[in-house]
Design a protein around this ligand. Structure first.
Ligand code: GLP
Length: 239
């Protein structure tokens, strides 16, 4: 695990975009693992700028997102499908994008199908990760085990609380999600995790210096052979 602490979130985001850029330049048909939340927004903007300035071509690339809320259709304003369309996909020329369906009739079947689709694409070359305040990656919440494949997860109170800000006041925040498992994330050949701000400091400390512990799902990254952690000073304040 390599840890870089930057002067601010703009630099950390540019570093993440640079790692994606380097990957795509050396493998134009790269399979990209993508994330949602506020953390990747600036990295996505950097990638859009690189594309629009002619530096980066996504036309050979395929992407797989980590997760989606259970019960939200792809066109729901708060779905991760919609988020990805607005924050990235509408502005670049990605060959094929995938986000798991949160409103599939049979969610377990959808989970199995998603894993097979990733495998059929050759696996993920580079995976972007944000970090939950409780140390979750994707929607892998604190647990007694690390799950392998894509799974249906019950969200914790703190995650529901943290994600409320994306929903309208009178809207119910979903309580379940479909998420790539920690084991699936570990299969990515390269992982880039970005954590920004003070609210992530404790999770960053536990991930970087704590025990390997499924209560902090991100701690599994300690045994991944090629993980780069990009932090701003606030997220790194407890290291
Ligand atoms: C959600 C997503 C995660 C993300 C986390 C952090 O729970 N499922 O993939 O890393 O939020 O969100 P933010 O980047 O907004 O802090």
């Amino acid at each position: 695990m390599i840890v870089h602490i930057y002067e601010n979130k703009d630099q950390a985001s540019l570093a993440a975009a640079s790692l994606f850029c380097a990957c795509i330049l050396s493998k134009p048909d790269a399979v990209l693992g993508l994330a949602t939340g506020s953390t990747p927004i600036e990295t996505y903007q950097q990638l859009i700028d690189m594309h629009q300035s002619g530096l980066l071509d996504f036309s050979g690339c395929t992407s797989f997102n980590l997760d989606e809320y259970v019960g939200l259709s792809a066109d729901h304003a708060c779905s991760y499908h919609r988020f990805m369309k607005e924050q990235l996909f509408d502005h670049i020329n990605m060959k094929k994008t995938h986000v798991p369906s949160g409103d599939a009739k049979d969610l377990l079947e959808e989970a199995g199908r998603y894993d097979k689709e990733i495998e059929a694409a050759g696996g993920i070359d580079i995976q972007f990760l944000g970090l939950g305040q409780n140390g979750h990656i994707g929607f892998n919440e604190p647990d007694s085990v690390f799950h392998y494949g894509t799974q249906i997860v019950n969200l914790t109170k703190s995650t529901i609380e943290a994600n409320k800000r994306f929903f309208k006041a009178d809207e119910k925040v979903p309580t379940q999600a479909i998420s790539l498992g920690a084991g699936g994330i570990m299969k990515a050949r390269k992982i880039v995790l970005v954590a920004l701000g003070e609210t992530k400091a404790e999770a960053v400390r536990a991930m970087v210096t704590g025990e390997l512990d499924p209560q902090v799902q991100a701690s599994i990254l300690r045994i991944h052979p090629d993980t780069v952690i990009l932090l701003d000073p606030q997220a790194a304040s407890l290291l």
